[in-house]
Design a protein around this ligand. Structure first.
Ligand SMILES: Cc1cc2nc3c(=O)[nH]c(=O)nc-3n(C[C@H](O)[C@H](O)[C@H](O)COP(=O)(O)OP(=O)(O)OC[C@H]3O[C@@H](n4cnc5c(N)ncnc54)[C@H](O)[C@@H]3O)c2cc1C
Length: 424
């Protein structure tokens, strides 16, 4: 204890990633200037949506595509994102170590030699028509694909496409309703953002500042108590009293620890977290402009030249993102990196001679909790209110009945902001 008096404010948002920024902007719009304090433990805002700059090459922390819901929610906050749609018709499928004309778009899918005519039609129907439905909830995606598709080869082909947009390498892990609803969202179009997701973070920050949100970086919250006047404690021992507190973008486990530091750790009943290995690469020249989008079929691999679609590199240069999705095989980081390098060798031979920057992220958290069939899928996720902690709300990729990934962040952030504003 420092003996310092508690600092008074109206609303505190903990975490300045995408969720926290959306929450803070929406709260400030509802309540007016000078009433929202945004606390971030890191040295800068953005969280996992950060983009780093290397001699003018913009590298996200792994590949990022913005979905329709996120764009619409940002639009509702007055933020227009400069994003462009990648051309999926040129995608190649990697199978048995060789590249084939791909089937990520309907045309190439109906012509691919990797599938029989019957398999092509079944996969095309599933990818074109699937949408979330209550009847799918509680079934895992492996079972759903087995029910809908005639052969193992067709199931593998369909999942190769579904995997890319959901980051889920294990069909038995994710709830079928959540996956199908997400893929319906993806069909509405995805956008690669000019300048990377930093463009979104910067726009949200500028909006937050204009609305009078106070951002404090390097401020780690260590405890939160609910009540008529909830209290937040930061690592330097300072107490802050507010009317509402939103824990935004913290995992379920981290939020639980802040609310009950002495309690039992959360056993993870809300679904397992999901991790992905990513290789982010800047090249001064693209060795092969024909091999810019590759989907692994029999191995969960991905390569995309993002700069082919969005403005991310100086003239003539290229930004590539490669990933290997976690299929539960337990491959070590060295082996994963080797396989990603092999994919680069196959698609962009000579890349080492034109390398500007390379970053390997062996295990970045793509989802803090997967909506699993066994946890009730999307309907099993908690809402923004915490019954035992009045005045404290949660938001993030594990909260609320709709959306995966950033969609869940912005939707739950908006709900939490509205609930928090109602107490001011
Ligand atoms: C490789 C990868 C690819 C992805 N691709 C896509 C995609 O294509 N489309 C899509 O929609 N989504 C995608 N996502 C998901 C999306 O990036 C995340 O859902 C989103 O950025 C998460 O934002 P967040 O604010 O909820 O969490 P975070 O970004 O993790 O932010 C949480 C913030 O809280 C801060 N914090 C934590 N604890 C405390 C504390 N005690 N006190 C103060 N601050 C604290 C952290 O420092 C952090 O800045 C991807 C994610 C990854 C990793």
């Amino acid at each position: 204890m420092t003996g310092r008096a508690d600092e008074p404010t109206d609303a505190v948002v903990v975490g300045a990633g995408l969720t926290g920024l959306v929450t803070a902007v929406r709260l400030a719009r509802a309540t007016g200037p000078g009433r929202v304090l945004l606390l971030e433990s890191g040295g800068e805002p953005g969280g996992r949506a950060r983009t780093t700059d290397h001699q003018g090459y913009r590298l996200g922390l792994g590949p990022r595509a913005l979905y329709h819901t996120t764009r619409a929610e940002l639009g509702a906050l007055g933020i227009r994102v400069p994003a462009r749609e990648p051309d999926l018709s040129t995608a190649l499928a990697l199978r048995d170590g060789a590249l084939h004309p791909g089937y990520a778009a309907p045309g190439p899918l109906l012509r691919t030699r990797l599938l029989s005519p019957r398999e092509r039609l079944a996969v095309a129907r599933l990818l074109a028509l699937s949408r979330g439905h209550r009847s799918l909830a509680g079934t895992n995606a492996a079972q759903w694909l087995a029910d809908r598709l005639p052969t193992e080869r067709a199931r593998e082909a369909a999942f190769a496409v579904l995997r890319i947009s959901s980051y889920t390498g294990r069909p038995e892990m994710i709830d079928a309703n959540a996956l199908a609803a997400h893929f319906a969202e993806v069909r509405r179009g995805v956008g690669y953002v000019d300048g990377g997701w930093r463009t979104v973070v910067d726009a949200l920050l500028a909006r937050a500042r204009a609305l009078g949100v106070a951002l404090r970086t390097g401020s780690r919250v260590t405890a939160v108590e609910g009540g008529a006047r909830p209290r937040v404690t930061t690592a330097d021992g300072q107490g802050i009293r507010a009317r509402s507190v939103v824990l935004a973008g913290l995992s379920r486990r981290s939020a639980g620890r802040l609310l009950d530091p002495a309690g039992q750790p959360d056993t993870g009943d809300g679904g397992n977290s999901l991790h992905t290995a990513c290789l982010d690469v800047a090249l001064s020249r693209l060795p092969d402009p024909r091999r810019t989008l590759v989907f692994g079929v029999d191995e969960p691999l991905y390569l995309s030249v993002f700069s082919r679609t969005a403005r991310l590199a100086p003239d003539g240069g290229a930004v590539l993102h490669l990933a290997r999705y976690d299929d539960g095989g337990g491959l070590g980081a060295t082996e994963v990196r080797k396989r990603l390098h092999e994919l680069l060798d196959l698609c962009q031979p000579g890349w080492r001679e034109v390398l500007v920057h390379e970053r390997f992220l062996p295990r970045i958290t793509t989802m803090t909790a997967v909506p699993e069939a066994r946890t009730g899928g999307l309907a099993g996720r908690p809402g923004v209110r915490l019954d035992d902690h009045p005045g404290v709300f949660v938001a993030g990729d594990w909260v609320g009945p709709r959306g995966l990934l950033a969609d869940a962040c912005v939707l739950s952030g908006a709900r939490a902001a509205d609930a928090a504003a109602a107490r001011l």
